[in-house]
Write a protein that binds this ligand. Structure first.
Ligand code: SF4
Ligand code: MG
Length: 323
């Protein structure tokens, strides 16, 4: 069956002018990413800052127009829709940002902030919308008391709850969460993550959960994709990824996590060198400049995505034989 959301070879290349006489260069922020999200599933997207994961999320919702590729929602390519056709899909695809404070109008009361999108989309009457707003406040662990308050009167965790409530106001099917808990204290993080899990069940949602924090991604995701320099280098169930990471980059990320079992002998894998610029990514495998296992073929040939199991794929020449 067709998954709820399916991204195919999505690219986001930003042009950079380097002066009048030089040809335009391109920052290859997202360089041909494919994955899918099933109904009710949380797909975690992890990678260091600057790897293109936020840009990918924004591109899927066409907050920046894609350079190339396709994104199928319920089998329809939303990249091909006209702006008016796309508006219909946009209701079902929502986004929650890292700092909702910057996206919550400081001069508006929370009740009005939560009502706004419904108003714009012509949903309900003033009366039914007010009821719905109170319901949403309660869903995210706030109450009708908060209706007339302003954003600055809330803590970071509460503002994140308001951001979630606003995303839910249009009854979406997919919510893209970009570093949603990254700015919060660890104890508050757990509360918001648990709330998000409950909301996912109650509203029958799917999440694309973007974060640089592998621990957080592990906690909430069913499947995880690892991004490096605009490429998805490995995709697996959360369990497979942590039990037997295949890509050398994933192995390094996991080895850097605090150990849950101090007796495990695995050494931390130290990566040398910097992440190359997406303006001039390396030839061949994008990771070859830092990979401890790189060989000649890695410098010349882009590794294809290899299937390890039904639920595990990796793009690395080490797994060539298993194509
Ligand atoms: Fe390392 Fe080569 Fe695999 Fe890339 S393809 S991750 S350079 S071994
Ligand atoms: Mg980001």
């Amino acid at each position: 069956p067709e998954p709820l959301l399916r991204a195919v070879e999505v690219r986001q290349h930003f042009p950079v002018r380097r002066g009048f006489f030089k040809p335009t260069a391109y920052v290859k922020a997202v360089n041909g990413v494919s994955f899918e999200i099933a109904e009710g599933e949380t797909f975690g997207l992890v990678g260091e800052s600057g790897c293109g994961k936020s840009t990918l999320g924004r591109t899927l919702l066409r907050l920046v127009e894609p350079t190339d590729g396709a994104c199928f929602y319920r089998g329809e390519n939303i990249f091909e829709k006209s702006p008016s056709e796309f508006a219909r899909f946009r209701r079902e695809l929502q986004m929650v940002f890292q700092d909702p404070y910057s996206s919550l109008n400081p001069k508006m009361r929370v009740g009005d902030i939560l009502e706004e999108a419904m108003k714009i989309h012509g949903i309900g009457t003033r009366r039914t919308r007010t009821d719905r707003v109170i319901e949403l406040l309660e869903t995210v662990g706030l109450s009708s008391e908060h209706y007339f308050r302003f954003p600055h009167e809330f803590s970071g965790g509460q503002r994140q709850r308001i951001g979630l409530a606003r995303a839910l106001s249009l009854s979406p099917k997919v919510v893209i969460c970009d570093e949603t808990v990254s700015a919060l204290d660890v104890s508050i993080q757990a509360q918001v993550l648990n709330l998000m899990k409950r909301i996912r069940r109650e509203f029958d949602l799917s999440y694309l959960f973007i974060s640089h924090d592998l621990g957080v991604v592990k906690y909430i995701s069913d499947r995880i994709g690892v991004m490096y320099l605009g490429n998805l280098v490995e995709v697996a169930t959360a369990e497979e990824l942590f039990e037997s990471p295949k890509h050398p980059y994933t192995q390094a990320l996991i080895s850097a996590l605090p150990k849950t079992n101090p007796r495990t002998k695995k050494e931390r894998i130290k990566l040398t060198g910097e992440v190359p610029s997406p303006l001039s990514p390396p030839s061949g495998c994008c990771f070859h400049t830092r990979c401890p296992h790189a060989t000649e073929i890695c410098r010349t040939t882009v590794p294809a995505s290899r299937t390890i199991s039904d639920t595990h794929k990796v793009a690395c020449h080490l797994y060539e034989g298993r194509a």
